[in-house]
Each structure stands twice: as structure tokens, then as C-alpha cells.
Design a protein. Sequence first.
Length: 76
Amino acid sequence: MTTSDPKKVFKQLVRKPVKLKKFMKHNLSKKRTTGIALRKCSLCGRNGAHIQKYGIGMCRQCFRLNAKSMGFKKYM
């Protein structure tokens, strides 16, 4: 019953509610309240390199692609 996605196991444990409850208690990921995994890029969904300033909410790669259309200028 090892799998990278714990939701796949639900199909196997539908008929065993006690084992399903125990599996959910120990194997599901917890709800994040702090840390890098809390915020995701609004365009691609990446966790890392997140720009939160000015309420942008994007990763740096998506920001670089869309900065000009948002009104930012590149200074040399």
C-alpha cells in the first residue's frame, strides 16, 4: 500500500473503514500554516522563489515573463 499519492489508496480501503481512518491519521499531509509550502505561484503553482511584495503572488520565473505587461521596467 505504499504510494506517492495517498488519495490513490482510498479506493483500496473503502471497504475497511477502520484501516482507512488510521491511514488518514498517519499518512496525509498536514495543513500548512507557515513555511515555504504555504504560498504558491498564481500562474504555475511553484512553491519556491515566491515574490509577495506589492501583492504580486508569483514565482520569480513567472514574474520575469510577465513583468513588462504588469508595468515594471528593467533598469540596467
